[in-house]
Design a protein around this ligand. Structure first.
Ligand SMILES: Cc1ncc(COP(=O)(O)O)c(C=O)c1O
Length: 402
């Protein structure tokens, strides 16, 4: 069957492919350790579950306005005021089926074929594919100093006459880097002047460690939300462990939000009414689960980084947020796809190749799962990478051999 040019340019999500492979191996009884995951293992907050059950019992599960229910919009408004210090209007917000859909709809609203979308390396795996889905051209900016945050000058140098959008994700998937205020201020000031829209993917913004506060982008500008170049994307997936509910949102200038809502109305109708109801309850309910999750992730991060530092040759920066660690394995194999396949085959540990995030030689290790998996995964990796190690490694009933 002949497919469209756009369809032919899109690859399958690398992380979903790995999840499928790990699932297949697990189903076959193999003791797979999954360090490739992208969702917290904790449960959704009680408030969300109870609200969802109550609505389901009512049997009234209907269409909603394309951009979300009034209650959902009010919850997003409250959230924005609490975490970003700006009171916005209902016309400034739109709920979507996850940040993924909010991002996609924003890109469709802003990007014409041939327009450029700029973002730093390493980047979330979906960014290049999402840009290609609009016919746009992805432009990845790699920091010359080998760090996880480019300079303002490097970002500005990548902005040309065809640049419509800049995509920023902090705390960053995969590096865990939290971009600093001078960086954000510099870029926001420049983009405001040049008429380039910044999509701020803040999905991990409450999952930051060591007492850090993420920089709220609206603190970097005095421009009103309607005149601003900023569009903030956030959602319930990570912070409330509500990935399957599929609720995210966009906050931005009302003209853009209106266009995005029109697009969404034809694309998916509206975000699921049941999920919106549950998300409102999570936002308004007790917030203890967020701090608990943050605390657990921080402990997992500490343990993972400690274990990585015990493996000679690996280089790692302490992640400042998220639940990922992006580690330089190039001393063992500069080809990250080959190395990830080798680890899966030899010791049944799932990692994600750095090339999927634009940086060869790295692997992304997740620590959102059980700490026992983190410890066992690193034990196996350490063994297989140690040329002088024992010929065999016992893992439960399984014996791995070199
Ligand atoms: C950087 C980033 N943005 C967006 C998403 C998607 O979030 P959602 O579940 O709200 O669609 C993810 C999920 O892994 C992510 O890592």
């Amino acid at each position: 069957m002949p497919f469209s040019k756009i369809a032919e340019s899109i690859g399958a999500s690398a992380t979903l492919k790995l999840n499928a492979e790990a699932g297949r191996m697990r189903a076959a009884g193999q003791p797979v350790i999954h360090l490739g995951g992208g969702e917290p293992k904790s449960k959704a907050p009680d408030s969300a579950v109870e609200a969802g059950v109550e609505m389901l019992r009512s049997g009234e599960i209907r269409y909603t306005p394309a951009s979300g229910t009034p209650a959902m919009k009010d919850a997003i408004i409250d959230y924005t005021e609490k975490h970003y210090g700006r009171r916005v209007d209902r016309t400034n917000v739109m709920a979507s089926a996850g940040v993924k859909q909010a991002l996609m709809v924003a890109l469709i609203a802003l990007v014409d074929p041939g327009d450029e979308v700029v973002y730093p390396v390493p980047y979330w795996v979906s960014y290049p594919e999402m840009v290609r889905l609009t016919g746009g051209v992805p432009v990845a900016v790699r920091p010359a100093d080998g760090s996880f945050q480019p300079t303002v000058e490097e970002m500005i140098a990548a902005i040309g006459p065809r640049t419509k959008v800049l995509l920023l994700n902090s705390p960053n998937n995969p590096s865990g880097k939290v971009f600093d205020r001078p960086f954000l201020e510099g870029i926001i000031t420049h983009c405001q002047k040049m008429g380039v829209v910044i999509l701020m993917d803040d999905i991990y913004h409450r999952l930051v460690f060591d007492g850090r506060q993420p920089v709220a982008c609206y603190d970097c500008t005095d421009v009103s939300v309607d005149e601003s170049c900023l569009v903030v994307l956030n959602g319930v997936s990570k912070q409330y462990a509500m990935t399957g509910f599929r609720i995210g949102w966009a906050v931005g200038p009302r003209d853009l939000i209106k266009v995005m809502s029109n697009i969404q109305s034809h694309q998916s109708g509206n975000p699921c009414s049941l999920s919106q109801h549950a998300a409102v309850a999570a936002i308004h309910g007790a917030q203890g689960s967020v701090s608990q999750l943050r605390g657990e992730l921080e402990k997992n991060r500490d343990e993972l980084v400690r274990l990585i530092r015990e493996i000679p040759g690996l280089k790692v920066d302490n992640p400042e947020g998220t639940f990922y660690c992006f580690c330089d394995f190039s001393v063992f194999d500069a080809d990250s796809t080959r190395l990830a396949a080798y680890l899966l085959e030899k010791v049944q540990v799932v990692t994600v190749p750095g090339i999927e995030f634009g940086l060869e030689g790295f692997l992304r290790l997740s620590y959102c799962g059980d700490i026992k998996d983190v410890v066992e995964g690193l034990r196996r990796i350490k063994w297989i990478l140690d040329a002088d190690g024992t010929p065999e490694l016992q893992a439960g009933d399984t014996v791995f051999t070199r």
